[in-house]
Write a protein that binds this ligand. Structure first.
Ligand code: B3K
Ligand code: ZN
Length: 866
């Protein structure tokens, strides 16, 4: 297969100003007629080449004249017409088979309804088209279908609708905003609707409609609420107003990922839209809020201004993640949100950056763009925007965003053009900053500090180094903003001077391999709190002794660093134990410090719940070389057991005291209390001295909401045996007709770290409820197992790896995009103990050698093998 390169970018040879599409919907024989006004772009004599895949051509005509076979060629990927006028009307008709489209890309059917997914390259499976994001066209869409498909939806405004003979009906939609084909959407089927409206900042009323499975409208209420809050927030935070009179969201069960920002008609995976207290956890609510916001925010960062080519994907994704994270921080509290975002960044992006799949936020070549919807593009892309804001300050940042919207509205553009807006707004040269987009790998930053009591100065020695990544052996220094504050040894904040100014905190910019910075006016011996708020996506090592970290854990006013100090201490203890050097004295000291932090009455329960959780096993594996998942699991469990014993009275108090007596509220405060109560139970379950099966069972049975039910089930999973089996059976019996809850039932079993769990997971693929074609169900079992159950995935026999590889190969036969997303857990093979690494590698080789592999899986498997 041929790689696509950024350096090969050429403007499109032909543009399409306007298109009229007609869909005659039939499950197996849908006819798509397209009438395009096409125009040659520039002075050239190239043939017309439009994308088209899996299309059964019926006819092709230029300016009303049907072309004979010899006047055009159609192969597996292209329609080519050698000779066309400079401006003309192209009419094509094709037939497609939505019902048998299990790749869930293009037009397909889910739960008896028609729906589409076009990003990145799905539109070419619907009609012939220059399927690239820099061709922007005005769409008018006529949909005709049997009346059994009650709702006929597409982008923009409804122009006309009515009956047709033979029990059919039609609707015509027009989208006044030119858009690339990847933002096209169509939905047809029986759906209920939840309706609302919102008055925008300029006083216009926008109708809001969320379409869901019949009977499910009440479960869309939270998504609707989140949508309204997002719309108002974007007006206040970025001055962005919604532009159409109608905004629609549709939920579907079969979807390859989370959701899609099609203009005026977002399509969501139902798992990220439907919620009520009985069936959704607080985490589900939190995700719904953030994804609804994310897709809505794309209306400006993605739809109104789109990407010139797919190499610029972070232009819309990194920026929009930054926007949704900022929104969530405003909704749910800055520190708690930041901690969760950084946990996700480390778990997914740092792992990616350390392995063979590492790539820059703006890559320079790919085989399948679908493979680049990665944590690096999304999460590290968002971190870059965050650093930009830290470096130039919030006012210049907002001014740069305003310029971007003004300058590029209605166009497809590049990351350079985006950064240029901030250079103009701030008057700063950002050419060095651009390296963040082009250089892969996570920088290692070291910080050494020297205090001079007589001179009252603190000297900070900072160094950076980025390890090599595939294709980039040499790295250059990056501009790294390090936010620094000082405490004293009693935990009091210490003011100091920077450039003659008295401050509590300062941004030190490390923009060379090494830098020395002197802070003055430091009256007392300091404890340094560095990289506050995780001000840059780097791995920081300081020379500070553990006692300083205890000061930070107890008192840092920067709550991120307070949490970080605890995580660092815990990681050291677990890794020492995993290496056979258990440090019982300091484990006790750590438990003592956690106990004190827990008893802080002023602290937010959501924050305490985060403090209570030890670093995850995958996170610890990144810090151990070579990684030994079994040793990590055992060491982490040992520290949990110690914490459990040490904190038992306090944990029991929390468990009793935080019981919700009033009505359920999904807000941050309610969710925080439940999070802490469930975290307490989870830790109690690790107690080797006291059996808490009864407590966990009681918790599970009394649960008035899904968060507590899952909390109980998870605690019972740790205890294992008959109580767990009974709870699993009860849970299934109660929820077997709720697909989203059955996904949770599969997922919890996939997470079980106990001895026999792999056998159970294998058995579950034969369970009648295991829908092998549904991505949510597949992910619940297969991806959860491979990503969140390291103890069993890394079974020394290699059976865990074999299971994953078998699944990848099977799924690749019908859904390459979903199959490719499962390759990642094998990608880290070089980081593991050699016996394990060899087994992982062998499975990758087996995958790569398979005949008829999709480009998607081929690209990742071969890159992973390096
Ligand atoms: N833009 C979509 C992702 C499309 C993925 C295609 N493989 C959702 C989002 O990021 O908002
Ligand atoms: Zn997005």
């Amino acid at each position: 297969p041929q790689a696509i390169r950024l350096s090969d970018y050429r403007p499109p040879a032909f543009l399409v100003d306007e298109v009229f599409l007609t869909f005659d919907l039939q499950p197996n024989t849908t006819r798509v007629k397209a009438k395009l006004s096409v125009r040659r772009n520039g002075d050239h004599a190239e043939p017309l080449r439009f994308n088209g895949e899996r299309l059964k051509p019926v006819s092709v005509a230029v300016d009303g004249r049907a072309l004979a076979e010899g006047e055009r060629t159609i192969d597996a990927e292209w329609l080519t017409i050698p000779d066309v006028p400079d401006a003309f009307t192209l009419e094509t008709e094709v037939e497609i088979d939505p019902e048998n489209n299990k790749a869930l890309e293009g037009l397909y059917m889910s739960g008896g309804r028609f729906c589409t997914q076009c990003e990145a390259e799905g539109f070419r499976k619907i009609t012939f088209w220059p399927d690239r994001p820099d061709v922007l066209s005005r769409f008018t869409v006529r949909i005709e279908a049997d009346k059994a498909f009650g709702r006929l939806l597409s982008n923009g405004n409804l122009m006309e609708s009515g009956d047709l003979p033979g029990g059919r009906h039609y609707a015509v939609w027009n989208d006044p905003f030119p858009k690339p084909s990847y933002l096209f959407a169509l939905v047809a089927g029986e759906l209920d609707v939840l309706e609302d409206s919102l008055v925008t900042m300029s006083g216009r009323t926008v109708e809001l409609k969320i379409y869901v499975d019949p009977g499910m409208a009440p479960r869309a209420a939270y998504a609707m609420d989140a949508l309204k809050r997002s719309m108002t927030w974007d007006e206040q935070a970025f001055g962005r107003e919604y532009d159409l009179d109608l905004f629609m969201i549709v939920a579907v069960r079969d979807f390859n990922f989370g959701a899609m920002e099609n203009k005026g008609l977002n399509i969501f995976n139902s798992s990220l839209l439907l919620a009520d207290p009985a069936t959704a956890t607080d985490l589900d609510y939190e995700r719904i809020e953030s994804v609804v916001a994310h897709e809505y925010f794309h209306n400006w960062t993605g739809d109104r201004i789109t990407c010139r080519d797919w190499f610029q994907l972070c232009l819309k994704e990194g920026l929009t993640v930054f926007r949704d994270q900022s929104f969530s921080a405003d909704m749910r509290g800055e520190a708690v949100q930041r901690i969760k975002d950084v946990k996700a960044l480390r778990a997914r992006q740092f792992a990616e950056d350390q392995g063979p799949l590492a790539h820059p936020v703006r890559p320079s070549s790919y085989l399948k763009i679908d493979n680049f919807y990665t944590a690096t593009i999304y999460e590290k892309g968002a971190e870059i925007i965050r650093m930009l804001k830290t470096l130039i300050g919030p006012e210049a940042f907002r001014a740069g965003m305003d310029r971007y919207f003004e300058r590029w509205d209605g166009q497809a553009t590049t990351v350079e053009a985006f950064i240029n807006c901030f250079e103009d707004a701030s008057g700063r040269d950002l050419s060095d900053f651009f390296a963040w987009y082009e250089q892969a790998g996570t920088p290692r930053v070291s910080l050494a500090s020297r205090y001079d009591e007589a001179a009252r100065t603190l000297t900070l020695d900072l160094r950076q180094e980025t390890p090599p990544t595939p294709g980039q052996p040499q790295k250059k220094p990056l501009p790294i903003p390090v936010i620094v504050g000082l405490l004293d040894h009693e935990g009091r904040t210490q003011a100091f001077e920077r450039d003659g100014q008295a401050v509590d905190e300062t941004v030190v910019v490390l923009d060379a391999a090494q830098a020395t910075v002197t802070l003055t006016g430091v009256d007392r011996p300091p404890v340094v709190s560095a990289l506050r708020g995780f001000s840059a996506p780097v791995v920081l090592k300081t020379d500070a002794p553990a006692k300083d970290r205890y000061v930070l854990l107890a008192s840092d006013p920067d709550l991120f660093n307070r949490w970080e100090a605890g995580q660092g201490l815990a990681a050291e203890l677990i890794l020492a134990r995993a290496a056979g050097r258990a440090d019982e004295v300091n484990e006790e000291r750590y438990a003592e410090a956690v106990a004190r932090a827990l008893s802080d009455q002023a602290a937010d329960p959501a924050f305490k719940a985060l403090l209570l959780a030890l670093p995850s096993e995958p996170d610890l594996a990144l810090q151990m070389s070579p990684a030994d998942p079994a040793a990590i699991h055992e060491a982490r469990e040992a520290l949990r057991a110690r914490l459990s014993v040490h904190l038992e009275p306090e944990l029991r108090r929390l468990h009793t005291g935080l019981q919700d007596l009033g009505e359920f509220s999904p807000d941050a405060a309610g969710a925080g209390r439940r999070a802490l109560r469930n975290a307490a139970l989870e830790l109690l379950a690790a107690n080797p001295r006291h059996d808490i099966a009864d407590l966990a069972q009681g918790h599970f049975q009394a649960a008035g909401n899904m968060t507590d039910a899952m909390g109980g089930l998870s605690a019972l999973m740790q205890i294992g045996g008959a109580p767990f089996e009974q709870a699993l059976a009860d849970f299934y019996a109660r929820w077997k007709s709720e697909p989203l809850v059955v996904d949770k039932w599969f997922a919890i079993q996939a997470r079980d770290p106990s001895e026999g769990a792999l056998g159970r997971v294998l058995g579950l693929t034969a369970h009648p409820a295991f829908e092998g074609k549904n991505p949510n169900r597949l992910r619940a079992l297969v991806s959860t197992f491979a990503n969140f159950n390291p103890a069993r995935f890394h079974d020394p026999s290699g059976a865990g790896y074999r299971f994953l590889a078998d699944q990848i190969l099977a799924i690749d036969g019908f859904n390459p995009m979903t199959a490719a997303r499962l390759v990642d857990p094998l990608g880290g093979w070089r980081r593991y103990r050699p016996e394990l690494g060899a087994l992982m590698k062998a499975e990758l080789q087996r995958i790569a050698a398979k005949d008829g592999l999709s480009k998607n899986v081929y690209e990742l498997a071969t890159r992973a093998l390096g």
